[in-house]
Design a binder for this molecule. Sequence first.
Ligand SMILES: *Cc1c(COP(=O)(O)O)cnc(C)c1O
Length: 412
Amino acid sequence: MTSRYFPARAVVDLGAIRSNVTELARRAAPSADRQAQVLAVVKADGYGHGLVPAARAAVAGGATWLGAAQAQEALDLRAAGVTTRLLTWLAAPGAPYAELLRADVDVSVADVWALDAVVAAARETGRTARVHVKVDTGLGRNGVMPDELGDVLARAVQAQSEGVLEVVGIWSHLALADEPEHPSVLAQAEAFDDAVRLAERAGAHLEVRHLANSAATLTAPRLHYDLVRPGLAVYGLSPVPDLGGPGDYGLVPAMTLEARLATVKRVPAGHGVSYGHRYTTTEDTVLGVVPVGYADGVPRHASGGPGTTGGPVRVGSGATARTLGVAGRVCMDQVVVDLGPAATEAAGDTVVLFGSGADGGPTAQDWADAAGTISYEITTRLGARVPRVYVGGPEDGAPTGQGETSEPPTGS
Ligand SMILES: *Cc1c(COP(=O)(O)O)cnc(C)c1O
């Protein structure tokens, strides 16, 4: 496939994903008596980084399981030849359970209808389904309520005795893992322990009990059980920005979003900038047009305006590098930065919206702060038309995947 032209790209450092997972695995298995495994969550196109490259890098870093929310994501991983143990957990009636079982995917059951569908699919395919029963220990989202768990388990264990499935997991998800001291965390852990005991008494042969997302993996070792399920941290972002940044947890952000300046031009003082003229130049200055916008995932809520600094853009490099806020509204396809009267930039120069932050430049967390959201939303919303370029891949630095070139896109 030839590389497609686009004046911006997301450079994904697969080495960072590998090392992040290695760090998470070290935290999950710190001693001989605490040996949780890592299930790397690669849903939502690997949090925007690319499903298959992220999955392969996570496995290379030490993940022994992968997790995908949507059934189709799990099937896509299998179709790409990824053979790692794989769990999928979100489906509605009509989901392709038979295909999932043929593809050797572990499935979650959070509803009676799902149990019936899995049993039917197991009978149809002749496969023994590996089932993880999801319990709502307090999140109030997906999961069997504790008072219905006994009933669901009884039905599941009946099917187990008929050989159509094995209840291999009990699992749940936390509501406030990003506030480790919040009483709901302990309450959920206790409800989880009750659910595990109930399942074991009912006759489940539990292989894995799992509760921890990224935040609990990093901050609550007591909640690691047999398997931790980090997502965000795999990609090097902090799930608890108020408690610590990536570096505090040994993580490196894997994605850098960079673009070529499309236009650099001088404008007079008092010139309105972008839709609504929410920004007006205060002096004779130089504007730079950056050819990415909200269609590419740059949040419109991070527009700059009177009294608000827009989302950050790193301009220049080395000693001349500076970080500027977006001037005025974020548009569908572009944003504008005010480069200042003495700007030396030219069309074609590369600017960075976010990256690892190692050079003091902006991060996805900075964009999240500017937009009033979380860093999850910054990378997962990266638009499909932005090429992902992979570095640090298996061929020792050679790029892999689509749109492959290790050179910046040319501006001409
Ligand atoms: C998304 C998700 C995770 C990963 O959450 P992070 O906060 O990104 O670590 C874990 N478990 C479930 C059920 C999820 O939906």
